[in-house]
Design a protein around this ligand. Structure first.
Ligand code: 6PG
Length: 288
C-alpha cells in the first residue's frame, strides 16, 4: 500500500511499506500528506484493514473529523452528494460535537449530505438512549442539513415494522443490484467496537436472515434495529473509532486471524471500499 504521494526521488516517503510493518511516528509522518503530519502516533500497515494509533481520544477524534471532511469533499466532487452512515455510542459523540464547530462544519457541504443510521435502540426519538437524539443534540441541530436528508430509524414503532420500513427507504435510496446488495454505496460508514466484539447492533451469536439489509434483534435490555453486513459493507469507506483500555483485548482479537465472526461480529465488516480503524493508544495496548 502506498501511503502518500511524495517527491519523485526515492526517499522514505515514497518507498513501498511492507504489509504488517509498524511504523514509528517519524516514519508515519513523513509518509502523510502535509495536512495530516503530526496527527498520527503510530501506524500498523496492513493491506486491509489499516489501523492508525493516536496518542489519545482527542487526537483520534480530530483525525476522524478530518476524515469526514475529506470523504464529504471527495463524494460531492465525484458523485454530487455525500451519503454518510452514522454510529451510536460514546466515542463518536465527541466527533459529532467537533464536526458541529465552525472550524469543521464550514468545510462540509451539508446541503448535499444525506445522513443514515447504522443502528438504533427501540425507543422514542427523544429518549436518552436514542442514537438519533444523541446525534441531533451533538451535530444535526447545529448544521444546515435539510431535515428530509436525515433518515432516522423510526424505532418507536414495533421492531419488525421499523426494520422493514428502514430497509425499504434504504433500498429506494441506494437501489438494489442483481445480487440483492445495494446498487450504490454509502460514502462513509462510521462504526464502533463494543467490548464484547459487537459493532452497530450486530451482537455475538446473532444471525442475519439472508438478503436483509436491516434487521430487528433483541439485545438486553431492549430491542434494537441494525443494518446488516450486507448494507454496512456497501461503502467507499468504513471507519471504526475505538478508544479506551476496556477495548484493548477485544480489539486485538478482532484484528487477529483466524477470523471468528460469529463471536466477534466486528469482523463481519469487510467493505467493498477501504477499512480503517482509528484507535487510541489505550485501545491499542494489546496490538502486537
Ligand atoms: C451503539 C453502537 C454500538 C457502539 C459500540 C461502541 O448504538 O451503541 O452502534 O455498536 O458503536 O457499542 O460504543 P462506544 O463508542 O460507546 O464504546
Amino acid at each position: 500500500m502506498e501511503l502518500a504521494a511524495g517527491p519523485k526521488r526515492k526517499s522514505d516517503s515514497t518507498r513501498r511499506v511492507k504489509t504488517g510493518s509498524i511504523l514509528s511516528p517519524r516514519e508515519v509522518n513523513c509518509r502523510l500528506a502535509p495536512e495530516r503530519r503530526g496527527t498520527i502516533h503510530a501506524l500498523n500497515v496492513t493491506a486491509t484493514p489499516q489501523v492508525e494509533v493516536f496518542a489519545d481520544a482527542a487526537a483520534l477524534t480530530r483525525s476522524a473529523a478530518e476524515a469526514v471532511v475529506r470523504a464529504a469533499a471527495q463524494a460531492c466532487s465525484a458523485r454530487g452528494r455525500f451519503v454518510f452512515c452514522l454510529s451510536g455510542g460514546r466515542t463518536p459523540r465527541a466527533l459529532y460535537e467537533l464536526l458541529a464547530t465552525e472550524a469543521f462544519a464550514s468545510r462540509v457541504d451539508w446541503m448535499r449530505t444525506e445522513v443514515w443510521f447504522g443502528d438504533e435502540r427501540c425507543v422514542a426519538p427523544d429518549d436518552p438512549a436514542s442514537n438519533y437524539r444523541m446525534v441531533w443534540q451533538a451535530l444535526l441541530q447545529q448544521v444546515p442539513l435539510p431535515a428530509e436528508q436525515v433518515h432516522r430509524i423510526a424505532a418507536e414503532q414495533a421492531p419488525q415494522t421499523a426494520a422493514d420500513a428502514y430497509e425499504a427507504s434504504l433500498k429506494s435510496a441506494l437501489g438494489i443490484s442483481d445480487s440483492g446488495a445495494p446498487l450504490r454505496r454509502f460514502d462513509l460508514v462510521l462504526l464502533g467496537l463494543g467490548s464484547d466484539g459487537h459493532t452497530a447492533s450486530l451482537f455475538p451469536g446473532s444471525v442475519d436472515e439472508p438478503g436483509h439489509w436491516v434487521s430487528a434483534r433483541f439485545a438486553q435490555p431492549a430491542w434494537r434495529i441494525t443494518l446488516t453486513p450486507l448494507a454496512l459493507n456497501a461503502t467507499e469507506s468504513a471507519l471504526f473509532l475505538v478508544s479506551g483500555t476496556q477495548k484493548a483485548e477485544r480489539l486485538a482479537e478482532v484484528l487477529r486471524r483466524p477470523l471468528d465472526p460469529e463471536r466477534l461480529p466486528a469482523q463481519r465488516i469487510v467493505p467493498t471500499g477501504e477499512l480503517r480503524w482509528l484507535v487510541d493508544q489505550a485501545a491499542a495496548a494489546r496490538l502486537g
